[in-house]
Write a protein that binds this ligand. Sequence first.
Ligand SMILES: Nc1ncnc2c1ncn2[C@@H]1O[C@H](COP(=O)(O)OP(=O)(O)O)[C@@H](O)[C@H]1O
Ligand SMILES: [Mg+2]
Length: 357
Amino acid sequence: MYIKEVYLKNFRNYREQTIELNENANVFYGLNAQGKTNILEALYFSALGRSFRTFKENELIKFNHDYSNIIITYIKNDRENKIEINLNKGNKKIIKINGVKINKSSEIVGNINLVIFSPDDITILKQGPALRRKFLDVLISQLKPKYLFELLEYNKILDNRNACLKARNIDTLDIWNEQLASKMEIIYKYRKEYIDKLQNKLITIHPELTNNQEEIKIIYKTNFTNKEEFIELLKRNEQNDLFKGFTNEGAHREDFEILINDKSLSMYGSQGQHRTAILSLKIAELNIIKEEIGENPILLLDDVTSELDEQRVMSIFDVVKDYQVLITCTDLAQILKYDCLTKNIKMFNINSGHIES
Ligand SMILES: Nc1ncnc2c1ncn2[C@@H]1O[C@H](COP(=O)(O)OP(=O)(O)O)[C@@H](O)[C@H]1O
Ligand SMILES: [Mg+2]
């Protein structure tokens, strides 16, 4: 699949801008703080219904304006589609897919399939589990709308249970335990399935990236696999949960771990090993999406040349030769030196919210 056109109105530092994209490589270059990442952010928003930088949607609306529009025209299954988003200060956002207004904003997810690689991703395997869960949740949600639905339901039940804990409303806890555990089992199954899929891909991807020096394993860190076990877990934690006023364990706390040659990456891995492992994960993600939707997902590369060396950048460009790729950079020469890209490349100069191609 690919994006044909991006239209932005009052989005971040763009007043009004239409960007026609190439089916292959698109490079956005310019100095810092000119609006390069903002374009990727608009696309990400149209794919996942939220930003990768902020939860506050008002921040996306241009300063001193009260609404913003994003319109994305894209080709999927040989058909042209359109996603229209209207953000409005003080009002709920309105999203239309091919002219039809959707009721829940989560329904936007799965229409545009993409993978993003930004400098922040380098820390996914190093920092706390939240980023790893997000990686997994974004991957699965794009492919299984039902998963996102269950996850949102889980969060609602979790809020209810936490409210009970805070109010020390012990009588109703059993009901919430039961409901939460049912959802946990469902979420567990999806996550297990996709961790296995990632492992399957990583087995071949990672050795290739490391000259067969490294073997990688991805491990789902949970001891609970079914509803009964989840109920037991919640029961066992009840006193602690009541004491703290929130649910300490559950699907919202799960994590996965990467082992390199059977040693924990987060504990023993070097900076370089982290970079390669995250690269392997992203390539695995691209492969899985491609396999499941039967088309190439879109790849967003935010400032990758600042974080990855030539060898690593090359290995990702090799994988995505016939994908649509959107690349941001400050130094165009840093991108143009890769001849695998130069065949079909469109360049955009970005200068304080103005684009010239
Ligand atoms: N809501 C907004 N309204 C107007 N300008 C904004 C808004 N949010 C961010 N900006 C501006 O966008 C620029 C940052 O854009 P960004 O795409 O992150 O830059 P870069 O080109 O470095 O990737 C900054 O100049 C910032 O002031
Ligand atoms: Mg940027």
